[in-house]
Design a protein around this ligand. Structure first.
Ligand code: ADP
Ligand code: ASP
Ligand code: MG
Length: 411
């Protein structure tokens, strides 16, 4: 194949390689792309359920397994699928070679279990492509400067694929999954969700950061940084999927692109702390020092103007740790009480059209009020509005907002 042939990176997620039949179907799709005159690099995830299975094995030995050893274990999931896919391609007569992340020099920092890719040396991959082979690379994994295996955090194969596409200056990065594109919201929660033909990069970034698992946030960040043309499509059905577009304007002219939600939130409140300068720092300093990320923050002065109530949210995994720290802080500050709530979710409306349209927040609050859904916290930015509500209202809330903004039909 001429070195000038277009280069496509295709990523297949867990369900897309979940069985031998699925792997064979993927091999056929890859071969078709290759036969059409493209260089193809394939990035694969572990077979569906495998990463969870490996995690459970580790936890059966140690409740908090060593991060380094956990990475050695988790990386095996993807190593299985690269080999099987390369075999399936070879058996179709399509020359292929599989590589682990370390073998193709996906270099990361040393933050085990959530490593960040620093750079990728594309030389080895290029040599294989020029020799006419399909290259199959294990997603989700890399290697640090000391030669340790690292992994990129759940859903990290998306990021592997986009980083690979950036390193090789690919013509397109295609993310194949079990839905046929990016929808106005998760179609598992709202069956009336509508597939988008395009979504702006900014909107996709917000959706991913606010909980939409269809793309890992870092994959979207990478695509933006290196201007990688990115598309989400189904490995089960044919179709053009959804293009992540770098144009500023949403061509569908919709005010709202979609609704994201995050189930893994938790809320902490410290009541009646003396209202003095530096109090926010005194409360959140120890939380940050323990490496717990804080998301939303609300501070409210009490009627007597001498004390303040302070509420913030963290990831549910960090809830117990954050509560422990906050109780200590409460003791030293003479606060009245500490409250915690793990049964909350965050619902967010996302759309670049918000910049030029007023009244979206009030429509959102009205739609939730009509369903009797109490809003616990609110936060806004230029292109999103997020609310925290009780977990039991997740489905009802998403569906109410979806209907209120007419998302089931094209704008
Ligand atoms: P893969 O294993 O292929 O990486 P994921 O499970 O990580 O697949 O991501 C695909 C899933 O993302 C879909 O099955 C869907 O339930 C979920 N999802 C969440 N939000 C959206 C959205 N806005 N559009 C499409 N899918 C979404
Ligand atoms: N196998 C990893 C996971 O389950 C990475 C991925 O699928 O993207 O999170
Ligand atoms: Mg995924």
């Amino acid at each position: 194949m001429p070195p000038t042939a277009p280069l496509i990176v295709q990523k297949y997620g867990g369900t897309s390689v979940g069985s031998i039949e699925r792997i064979q179907a993927v091999a056929e799709r890859v071969k078709r792309t290759h036969d059409a005159g493209n260089h193809v690099v394939v990035v694969v995830s572990a077979m569906s359920g495998e990463t969870d299975r490996l995690l459970a094995l580790a936890r059966a030995i140690q409740p908090r397994p060593s991060p380094r050893e956990l990475d050695v274990l988790l990386a095996t999931g993807e190593q299985v699928t690269i080999a099987l896919l390369a075999m399936a391609l070879e058996s179709l007569g399509c020359p292929a070679r599989s590589y682990t992340g370390g073998q193709v020099q996906v270099r990361t920092d040393s933050a085990h279990n959530k490593a960040r890719i620093r750079d990728i040396d594309g030389a080895r991959v290029r040599a294989d492509l020029d020799a006419g082979r399909v290259v199959v690379v294990a997603g989700f994994q890399g290697i640090d400067e000391h030669g340790n295996i690292t992994t990129l955090g759940r859903g990290g194969s998306d990021t592997s694929a986009v980083a690979m596409a950036a390193a090789l200056a690919a013509n397109e990065c295609q993310i194949y999954t079990d839905v046929d594109g990016v929808y106005t919201t998760d179609p598992r929660i709202e069956p009336r969700a509508r597939k988008l033909d395009r979504i702006t990069f900014e909107e996709m970034l917000e959706m991913a950061s606010l909980g939409s698992k269809v793309l890992q946030i870092r994959a979207v960040e990478f695509a933006g940084k290196y201007q990688v043309p990115l598309r989400v499509l189904s490995s089960f059905v044919e179709g053009a999927g959804t293009l992540i577009s770098f144009e500023e304007e949403n061509v569908e002219d919709a005010k709202i692109a979609g609704i994201a939600f995050a189930k893994d939130e938790a809320k902490l409140t410290i009541l009646r702390v003396p209202d003095q300068p530096g109090i926010a720092h005194k409360i959140l300093g120890p939380i940050a020092a323990a490496n717990v990320e804080v998301d939303m923050i609300v501070q409210n002065i009490a009627a007597d103007e001498k004390t303040t109530d302070f509420t913030f949210t963290v990831h549910r995994n960090d809830f117990a740790k954050a509560m422990e720290i906050l109780r200590e802080t409460a003791g030293s500050l003479g606060a009245q009480e500490v409250l915690g709530d793990e049964q909350i979710v965050k619902l967010s409306l996302v759309g670049v059209g918000m910049r030029s349209h007023a009244g979206i927040a009030s429509r959102m609050f009205e739609a939730l009020a009509k369903e009797g859904i109490n809003i616990r916290m609110i936060s806004t930015s230029e292109i999103k509005i997020s609310v925290v509500v009780d977990e039991r209202y997740l489905e009802l809330g998403v569906r109410a907002l979806h209907a209120a903004f007419g998302l089931e039909t094209a704008a």
